[in-house]
Write a protein that binds this ligand. Structure first.
Ligand code: ZN
Length: 201
């Protein structure tokens, strides 16, 4: 699959905490002062948590969560929290994902959709790839008539630089199958995710 996860970065022999300690020194800090003494260990744990999606895969996640159901209308899960790390700066980006699909005899457990989003978000990402990965995973595993994913997110690497970019929200979308082929389906989805919108921007 074109957008399958990149291989987990090599961990090497040196623990992350040692690298973090080196970074602190390189920044001109004293890694032994009280406030920083346990920072390398904390950063290591945080990075491991925030990238734990590398150790998960869609097959295991959706195992036993696909059901045969005679329902062929749109299923939408709106406003799923997204927290990820941009792979260019290792800074967070966060926002909301909206996911829809039209089943073809088979549905996935509703609770699995946010977990699928999380699985891909907890890797080093760019928002565009994250969007496509979620859509393609559902397309491949559920084989529905179509899938749509929209993500709206704010990126710390933009927010923390440049005053004029402080409130900008990046919006990405991926439409597959009937969402790509049928304007009416796509517009129904887009109007449904706009309703009672409590998102950013
Ligand atoms: Zn960035």
């Amino acid at each position: 699959m074109a957008w399958e996860a990149p291989p987990r970065p090599m961990s090497g022999d040196t623990p992350i905490r040692d690298h973090v300690r080196q970074i602190l020194s390189s920044l001109g800090e004293d890694p032994d002062r009280e406030g920083l003494a346990r920072t390398p260990e904390r950063v290591e744990k945080a990075l491991q948590f925030l990238t734990k999606g590398y150790a998960q895969d869609a097959d295991a996640l959706l195992n036993e969560a696909l059901f045969t159901v005679n329902y062929e209308e749109m299923v939408i899960i709106k406003e799923i929290d997204v927290y990820s790390l941009c792979e260019h700066h290792l800074l967070p980006f966060f926002g909301k994902a909206h996911v829809a699909y039209i089943p073809k005899g088979r549905v996935m457990g509703l609770s699995k959709v946010p977990r699928l989003v999380d699985m891909f978000a907890r890797r080093l990402q760019v928002q565009e790839r994250l969007t496509v990965q979620i859509a393609e995973a559902i397309q491949e595993k559920v084989k529905p008539q179509g899938v749509a994913v929209v993500i709206e997110a704010m990126h710390f690497c933009m927010i923390m630089r440049g005053v004029e970019k402080q409130n900008s929200v990046a919006v990405t979308s991926c439409m597959l199958g009937s969402f790509r082929d049928q304007i009416q389906t796509r517009e129904e989805f887009l109007s449904l995710i706009k309703k009672k919108h409590n998102g950013l921007g």
